[in-house]
Ligand binder design. Sequence first.
Ligand SMILES: [Zn+2]
Length: 292
Amino acid sequence: MKKFDHRSKGQYRALAAVARNSRAKRSAPAIKTRMDFFASAYREYLRNRGNPWLMSGHVCDQEFRETMAGLFESKIQAVSYIAALRRASRGGCCSMCGSLNNNQVDHYLPQDHYPEFSVFLPNLFPICSCNQAKGKKTVGPTYGERFLHPKFDRKIGERSLYVRIRNHDEAPTYTVVIRKPKRVRDTAAFSFHTRTLVSQNALVEHVKSGFERFCRRPGNVVRLLKRSNPDSKEHLIRLLRDEIDEVCWQHRTKNNWESVMLQALIERRTVAWLWKRLSVPGRNAGDPLVDL
Ligand SMILES: [Zn+2]
């Protein structure tokens, strides 16, 4: 879950360049004859902020759909912004679920139903394998249910994913807690999005491995803990908060899963448990918190 600020200017010009490109044998004529249609479709998208409940019907033309899918995959210079987006975001934070494994560029409105937005930058986002859960869906069964739009739903990057760790001493348990940020008004969309796209199992696995990493080698999670122990619980919280700030800055969202893991460590009961272990008399900085 990450906010993206794509530019939308120049998209019509990019299409015009494809239409003029003699090497784009298939897409050039298909686009040339539909320039007016594209112009009004792009305007409609921006006006409705891509909201599938407000967008008009689908284009049912198999040939056009295939042509646009081909253009999306092509190396034509006019649409090189797609390859650039793919390159720039690989391995980064998934715009839809917040995992750190994004490996493809996806269409917010799927190109199978909306081929006219196949190469429209405001419709394109880096995404991970949660793309499979998204599939060709655009809306949920109840009115208003839709995915959050990484460009238009401005609060998508506000912290809303939490994991609570309990039973620290025995076999720790992990519970995902999803809280809608106060300023998010579209409850139906928020709940459909998080329910459908955020894999709770995968998020728990990420937090579990981070917690275990911290217990084995605290200094591998918070570098300063390699050489020194915190003076107090408050000091430990400050160090963890610094790490959180760093990963949120790096991924430009608070819902990146590394931040969710670190946030789980400063949750009241977990940080109290960690502090108890870190402050054992005679413990050397960097020592594990558990028996290895
Ligand atoms: Zn994802």
